[in-house]
Design a protein around this ligand. Structure first.
Ligand code: HEC
Length: 141
């Protein structure tokens, strides 16, 4: 049986090596070891793309595109809520709360677009975008 001190040393070794690996992976753009961080890197570029399409469609009064694109965003909310930011990890409850609020605004956008209410969808999506910014202010590097 291993002594406590040996076990502790082994744990510390694992922790520091794990950290170094994760960090190295990031620096060199290799595969991330932490899937919860990975999630954000998959979700966010999709958000940026969808955001452009939604705003374009809102301008044109194209409710169908708004509904489809905001619908895609809405589908990622469960993953967003489970994701883990690099920065301010100790405020994870705030992260989840913002993710939740963001989800409500996106869902509202989908529902309003579905009814053909472009003005309403526009207002709802503006509020969703405020949540993008609110979350980035605290959690984005
Ligand atoms: C609940 C928090 C949260 C919300 C809401 C959020 N983001 Fe992010 N976003 C982040 C974090 C955290 C990062 C930094 C990624 C990291 O730490 O790996 C980020 C990064 C990004 C990036 C940079 C790409 C990347 O992978 O780093 C883009 C672009 C982006 N977000 C767009 C958006 C848009 C557009 C919205 C809203 C439609 C949005 N985000 C909503 C937390 C959020």
């Amino acid at each position: 049986m291993m002594k406590k001190a040996t076990m502790l040393a082994a744990c510390i070794l694992l922790l520091t090596q794990g950290g170094a690996l994760a960090h190295g992976g990031e620096m060199h753009g290799k595969k991330h070891r932490d899937t919860r961080m990975d999630k954000l890197h998959r979700i966010m570029p999709m958000y940026a793309e969808a955001q452009t399409k939604i705003n374009g469609a809102l301008e044109k009064g194209d409710a169908t595109t708004v509904e489809a694109e905001a619908g895609e965003m809405a589908g990622t909310i469960p993953d967003l809520k489970k994701a883990k930011p690099h920065k301010n990890l100790k405020k994870i409850d705030t992260f989840k709360k913002i993710a939740d609020d963001f989800g409500s605004k996106v869902t509202a956008t989908v529902a309003l677009a579905k009814k053909g209410d472009i003005a309403g969808a526009k207002t709802a999506f503006k509020k969703a975008e405020e949540k993008c910014n609110e979350c980035h202010a605290t959690f984005r590097d």
